[in-house]
Design a protein around this ligand. Structure first.
Ligand code: AMP
Length: 278
């Protein structure tokens, strides 16, 4: 596996090891890799000749005073995992490579970025859109893989790629869960043992809510009941919403394109999860 650090490492790799006939798949990550990230790599390997993972903890997508400093950084372990799965290359750029002196461009997506995470974390999706654009510009992948775990992020990236006509195909990969249903996340390690036992009830409650939403045309009370059940289970619910899966606009009925999205805190850990029909 090629371990690339600088811009010239990346350029050399592109020059020597890729050509127009080979499909390059990119998996952008912030590291602290787990089976969810590796599922994206495996999906990429099925469709592409070469798979590159980028590891970059992007400061511009973190809220001020948030968990940027405590975000886990474990490059050696990540690189070993990627070698094991037969990834072609990993790019681990410094902040000065992604945001060099004089960097002055920020991408602002509206539409699907407006509400939910966008409203609670001002600047977050602009940070995501900007770093993803820069990665696309530098790496020029044919395909790029994103997890449905961050459902809204996936729709924001899709929107941006369409609007700005980036020559890349975006693929969304289903959520990988622990055996008890908790969506895998680099942040799960910050759950205390007690919080960890409570955490799976987020997904359990989403599953129960989906059962009810499928059957009933009045949905508001189902959302309220689910929110109450989550609070009872120890969650501080940030939002629980029934939305159109592409536009992220609120819906009042469950359809085949609906998504039930939720952000909820257990102690200091903010968990995200979502569920749809497919
Ligand atoms: P992150 O390193 O948290 O920025 O995540 C990098 C990519 O992995 C994003 O596209 C995430 O949506 C995706 N991802 C993270 N956790 C999971 C999971 N449990 N299942 C599927 N994809 C995931």
């Amino acid at each position: 596996m090629y371990i690339l650090k600088t811009l010239s490492d990346l350029e050399k790799f592109k020059k020597e090891h890729s050509n127009k006939k080979m499909l390059l798949g990119l998996v952008p990550t912030m590291g602290a890799l787990h089976a969810g990230h590796l599922a994206l790599v495996k999906a990429a390997q099925k469709e592409c000749d070469q798979v590159m993972v980028s590891i970059f903890v992007n400061p511009t997508q973190f809220d001020q005073g948030s968990d940027l400093d405590r975000y886990p950084r474990e490059h050696e372990r990540d690189i070993a995992l990627l070698k094991d799965v037969g990834c072609t290359a990993v790019w681990v750029p410094d902040t000065s490579i992604i945001y060099p002196e004089g960097f002055a461009t920020h991408i602002m997506v509206e539409g699907p970025a407006r509400q939910w995470e966008g409203a609670r974390r001002p600047g977050h999706f602009s940070g995501v859109a900007t770093v993803v654009s820069r990665l696309f510009g530098l790496i020029k992948p044919d395909f790029s893989y994103f997890g449905e775990k961050d459902w809204q992020q996936l729709q924001v990236v899709r929107r941006m790629v369409i609007d700005l006509a980036f020559p890349v195909i975006i693929k969304g990969i289903p959520i990988i869960r622990e055996n008890d249903g908790l969506a895998m996340s680099s942040r799960n390690r910050f759950l205390s043992p007690d919080e960890r036992t409570k955490a799976p009830s987020l997904y359990e409650n989403l599953l129960k809510a989906r059962e009810k939403l499928r059957k009933e045309s009045k949905t508001q009370h189902i959302l309220e009941e689910t929110q109450q059940a989550l609070q009872k289970a120890g969650f501080d619910v940030d939002y629980l919403a029934l939305v159109d899966g592409h536009s992220l606009a609120s819906q009042d009925r469950w359809t085949h394109t609906s998504r039930l999205i939720c952000a909820a805190r257990l102690g200091s850990v903010r968990l995200l999860d979502n569920i749809g029909e497919y």
